[in-house]
Design a protein around this ligand. Sequence first.
Ligand code: IMP
Ligand code: MG
Length: 165
Amino acid sequence: MVFDQAAIARRVQDLGQEITRAYPDGELLLIGLLKGCFVFLADLARAIERPLQVDFLVASSYGAGKVSSGEVRLLYEPSVPLADRHILLVEDIIDSGRTLASLMDRLRSRGPRSLAICALLDKRIASPLPDLRFVGFTAPPAFLVGYGLDHAEEFRHLPYIADLS
Ligand code: IMP
Ligand code: MG
């Protein structure tokens, strides 16, 4: 076990408070990157004490090697205008950071009022992402599963985060 249920719950509550304070005004849209975000986003959204909206991004990487190209095709993105909204992209885990870098360019081109990332876990392998504003935990350099994170679509339902090995 890497992060147990209680530790995750405490950290998510704290993140909710940080995010509540960081956005004193304006419309806030949480955009979850499916599928890995689904558990984290459900808990995080309920820990934020201000009005917000929720939408999702569905991205598909080219080929099997997810880290190799960093090229990402969007299968679904929010259809609402982003221009006058604060956008917070919610991600489960940042590894190389390539998936996010590509998505952020796409979102930025839609001219949001602000654009930032909230990730539950950061392996700190990536060169720092400038828009990574909220991080739950620094993750060990292992393959993690649970709390939304999968290995070949298994283990997403575990209420804690564990090292696959
Ligand atoms: P990146 O583009 O290299 O940062 O890859 C990030 C994506 O790879 C995450 O959204 C996850 O879907 C997946 N990923 C990276 N590390 C892990 C892990 O330890 N467990 C499960 N999925 C992971
Ligand atoms: Mg993912």
